[in-house]
Ligand binder design. Structure first.
Ligand SMILES: [Zn+2]
Length: 83
């Protein structure tokens, strides 16, 4: 990757980090604008929770996630078209 492309991808990433910090200023049920640490955290971890509603169903109920079930349905359809 040449330096110009690297600079561009960095600036794009920084742009999106700033955009998300602004968009998620009021998140987690409160105003995070004064909390620099939590404002940075909310960019990468919008849902810092693993309760039974937010967490991975494989861990909780040994059930596959929606994405996994959707993928399996697509693969199955590809192998058996029309079924
Ligand atoms: Zn939760």
């Amino acid at each position: 990757m040449n330096d110009q492309v690297k600079d561009q991808s960095r600036s794009i990433r920084r742009h999106h980090v700033e955009r998300l910090k602004n968009a998620r200023r009021r998140f987690w049920g409160r105003d995070l604008s004064g909390e620099r640490k939590h404002l940075s955290m909310v960019v990468d971890t919008p849902c810092p929770c693993s309760c039974f509603m937010c967490g991975n169903p494989r861990r909780r109920w040994r059930k596959k996630t929606i994405q996994e079930r959707r993928h399996e349905a697509i693969v199955k359809e590809d192998f058996n078209p029309g079924l």
